[in-house]
Ligand binder design. Structure first.
Ligand code: DGJ
Length: 727
């Protein structure tokens, strides 16, 4: 629900449990007033503006309320009276800066428009969603900036994005954040973000805010494994179940920055958007620019409630297509089974076992094209490697289909190997900076997707390959950071646009291919979880979470990932031991218990499993088929963090609230550890729950307040999945 009070000139945006208020103030400055738990609309909030601050700050003539430097601003610019970090900045044709954006008009309407060329959340008929568009104008330069707010009332979410229309002289945008919110009392908050590296993505990182600017970002061309485009500020004592949390997540897959600048008065300017570093976008008269969308979630019930809001929104109103609401495939992927050393016979031997244990789909990973025996060649030459697959993809697909399995394929369309026919024919198609030798990563270069000819080539070969065989799943990989970023086709002035143009080009390809092949399930991947972000999830409902398939490592990685991404989006496989990344040996059971809540599969040579392991694998597939919907459409509650203890636990409650699944893991053995009770969450206190494995009955209140003991021996890598049915 969105209202505008004509007297106070305040906008009041409210969801089921939250309010967001800002207003048009003196001299048409847009002032931020409140974001937090729901407050009544008719209360006037002007006391938020009474600042008693003595400072050097300047003020506009006629502005009697102190300086905007000391106020909470809604969409700050730099150079006039507010000298903190801006949400928007630009350079005009005459070299001047200091954009001055003032309220001009607004409209409120039902529903939510699409974002031109960018992924975004959406609404469906019957959703309570409204949009507010506030027009700000720099009247000297005739630059119009539209702030868009969409309120998802039942989801408790507000989204924001910004569109610029240049009706004046040419200018160059240098900063355009998607959201900026000035919060009072930032000294009360911790800064939470997800950091990592290849094979150790999205660890939960939490520190108290300090005075000054703190942020995480990517300058790598993709969101990256190093930082995720997510930031949360929480009260110091907030935990999974209590306390205030403000959070932002960006629906974008390229360079971003997210953070908070705390000023001398403890006002925290929380922000998220395209990374201003190395960014510049020239707008001629009549041109527009659209920023990506930020998703804002506030919770006063801790981090768990925040995450569940993101999970539901992303499952239902970010992901799209046929696979959004149905259980997906349990699969076998041959990567860790064979790497690139395979032939049809070897693949079929694995496939037969896959069928035997009840899997749905066989994924052929890297190595099926060109002369690809090692990772130093052939990207770009998307023709079947006949020595490995004499019957082509079609022949393999037919044999798999005859076995009763679907066929899935790995591709890496954004790359080109210097040793490829494609690169020999089109060296100018790779990203490059004039005069510099482009550096390779994994012996490959990045294709310049800002170019139309490259995009057309990519769409054409993908269409051809996907039509050439009965392919029902695609794993879309991307295996390096971008360097020497530049495009040979763009003018000198526009080289600072290449990072963003690349992402727009990628989105154009993804939109075309995923809508052309609606029956294919797409999974994104970037050397594991190097591009696990809401932008990719809009096109592909799941992402390969990490190249680290070790069960213990995955307990951490998946826990961190679940801060804002649902388990339904996490590809998770049982792999061989000793594990290929960390050499650890964990029980087959634990590997299953860790992979089961995600998009489940196997990634090992099934033909080498013992009879006993085959039996366990069959059981795991059965459990996945039975409980997949609980994990993927139910609510997830994080109970014990592996980052805090040597054990971890979570429980899922099915959509109909009738099934509860408790997962417990021990990551390290420790003697004489303190006794652990696991207290479940999200149950009905008065309902009775029957434990399936032993018939014990408990009330919800008992399970949530007293909990059940850890129950296992102290040995390492113990795990258990316990199912309760509501009576
Ligand atoms: C990186 C991916 O994350 C792996 O799963 C695998 O597909 C390799 N690339 C193949 O090159």
């Amino acid at each position: 629900m969105i209202t505008f009070n004509k007297d106070s000139r305040f906008f009041h945006l409210s969801t089921k449990n939250t309010s967001y208020v800002f207003g048009v103030y003196q001299m048409n400055h847009l002032i931020h007033l409140y974001w937090g738990a729901k407050i009544p609309e008719d209360n006037v909030l002007t006391h938020y503006l009474s600042t008693q601050r003595m400072s050097f700050s300047a003020r506009d003539d006629g502005f009697t309320a102190g300086s905007t430097d000391n106020l909470t601003m809604e969409y700050p610019t730099f150079g006039s009276t507010d000298l903190r970090s801006p949400a928007f900045d630009c350079v005009f044709a005459d070299g001047s800066r200091v954009p001055q954006l003032r309220y001009y008009s607004h409209k409120i309407y039902d529903g939510k428009p699409k974002l031109e060329g960018l992924p975004a959340t959406y609404c469906e008929d019957g959703d309570k969603v409204q949009t507010l568009e506030v027009e700000l104008v720099d009247s000297l330069k005739d630059l119009h900036v539209f702030l868009n707010y969409s309120v998802f009332e039942d989801y408790d979410v507000i989204t924001r994005s910004v569109r610029v229309e240049n009706r004046g002289e040419k200018c160059k945008i240098t900063t355009i954040l998607s959201a900026s919110v000035d919060l009072n009392s930032a000294h009360n908050y911790d800064f939470i973000h997800l950091d990592g590296a290849w094979a150790k993505e999205r660890a939960v990182n939490r520190q108290p805010l300090f005075h000054g600017k703190q942020s995480v970002d990517s300058k790598r061309g993709a969101t990256s494994a190093h930082h995720n485009c997510f930031v949360a500020l929480s009260e110091h004592n907030a935990n999974e179940t209590m306390g205030e949390v403000y959070s932002m997540n960006l629906v974008y897959s390229g360079n971003f920055e997210a953070g908070c600048e705390v000023d001398s008065y403890d006002t925290g300017r929380m922000f998220i958007g395209i990374n201003p570093f190395e960014f510049g976008w020239t707008l001629e008269n009549g041109e527009t620019f659209q920023s990506p969308e930020a998703v804002l979630v506030y919770s006063n019930k801790g981090l768990g409630a925040m995450s569940r809001i993101y999970h539901k929104l992303y499952r239902e109103r970010l992901c799209r297509g046929k696979f959004r609401d149905i259980e997906r495939y349990a699969l076998i992927n041959n990567w860790e089974a064979t790497y690139m050393r395979f032939n049809e016979e070897k693949l079929l031997a694995i496939a037969e076992k896959a069928k035997d244990i009840g899997l749905d789909l066989f994924v052929l990973d890297d190595g099926w094209f060109g002369k690809r025996d090692v990772d130093n060649c052939s990207l770009g030459d998307w023709v079947v490697y006949k020595e490995k697959l004499p019957n082509g993809l079609g022949g393999l697909a037919q044999k798999l289909n005859a076995l009763g399995l679907k066929f899935g394929l790995w591709v890496e369309p954004e790359m080109v190997s210097p040793d490829s026919d494609l690169y020999r024919a089109h060296p100018d198609w790779a990203l490059q900076t004039k005069g510099r030798v482009p550096s390779t990563g994994r012996t490959q270069l990045v294709l310049d997707l800002s170019r139309k000819d490259v995009r057309e080539f990519t769409i054409n070969w993908l269409t051809e390959i996907l039509s050439s065989a009965n392919i029902e799943y695609i794993k879309w990989d991307m295996n390096r950071n971008m360097t020497e970023v530049g495009s040979l086709l763009l003018s000198d002035e526009r080289q600072s646009e290449v990072y963003h143009r690349y992402i727009l080009g990628l989105y154009e390809i993804l939109e075309t291919i995923t809508s052309r092949f609606p029956n294919i399930l797409f999974e994104s991947c970037s050397g594991g979880g190097g591009r696990f972000d809401p932008g990719m999830l809009h096109y592909m409902p799941q992402t390969w979470t990490s190249d680290d398939s070790d069960a213990v490592e995955r307990v951490y990685i998946q826990y961190g990932t679940s801060m804002c991404y649902p388990y339904s989006a996490m590809g998770a496989h049982v792999s061989a031991c000793p594990n290929h990344q960390v050499r650890r040996t964990t029980p087959f059971e634990m590997r299953g218990h860790v992979a089961l809540p995600g998009q489940f599969g196997f990634e090992l040579d099934l033909s080498k499993l013992t009879d006993e392991e085959i039996e366990i694998a069959k059981q795991q597939v059965k459990e996945y088929k039975e409980f997949g919907a609980v994990f993927h459409r139910g609510d997830c509650y994080r109970l014990i963090s592996p980052f805090e203890r040597h054990i971890s636990a979570l429980n899922f409650v099915s959509e109909d609230k009738n099934t509860v699944i408790l997962l417990r893991y021990r990551t390290v053995a420790k003697p004489n550890e303190r006794f652990a009770f696991v207290k479940l969450q999200g149950l009905e206190p008065d309902a009775v729950y029957v434990r399936r494995d032993n018939g014990a009955k408990y009330t919800g209140a008992f399970l949530m307040n007293a909990g059940i003991p850890w129950e296992f021996a102290l040995t390492e890598y113990q795990s258990a999945m316990t199912v309760f049915d509501k009576q």
